[in-house]
Design a binder for this molecule. Sequence first.
Ligand SMILES: [Zn+2]
Length: 215
Amino acid sequence: MDDILVVSCIDFRTVEKQRTLLRSEYALGDGDYYLLATAGAALNPDTYSLITQSKNPPARVINNDHRDCGYAKSTGGDSQERHEKEMADFGKKLEDNDKDIDYQANIIPMEEPDLARHECKAVVIMIGDPLTVQQAREKLDALGFTDEHDEIARPYALSPDDQTLWKDLVISLNLHHPQTIFIFASDEDNAGKLARKAQSMAKDAKVETVLVPKA
Ligand SMILES: [Zn+2]
């Protein structure tokens, strides 16, 4: 097993910065890794269980927190020190669970223009297998939404019963007011359930479902 898992926040301002970082520092492009995108990344207590409950835990985890994180601010602070400490604690927990895991962590900085951006056009809810990450990004790029979409991703299973998904959607809707919700899921029945749930939570949003091949 050489699976690589990238852990990130849902924040739209980090999507393009992370792609740049992963390409330049790790030679990883879209399609080379699984993606777990949840509010706060290492700061979110759900992140650890979303990784370790999997039957195929990753060999390598790259966690990317970011500054000016809404989740961080609402849960005890957004200082560089807090991110560093919690990312280290999170790595230690992963290593206690699997001593061979290769763990790396980064804090993505935010610059002046980013700090003034509070709204994005869309939010994506996706199964975060490598092929779907690649397909979703291609579609969002083609729509001109490259850095205009929050990303909520679960690497191994996307279920309407996963309450952590809906917690993330509430955060995206409240913080960034996206008008369109994209759902990238592999099974038609499951995708329909996810779409209905999302629509019930965001009555005025447009919900668009994209069926992807089963990983
Ligand atoms: Zn964040």
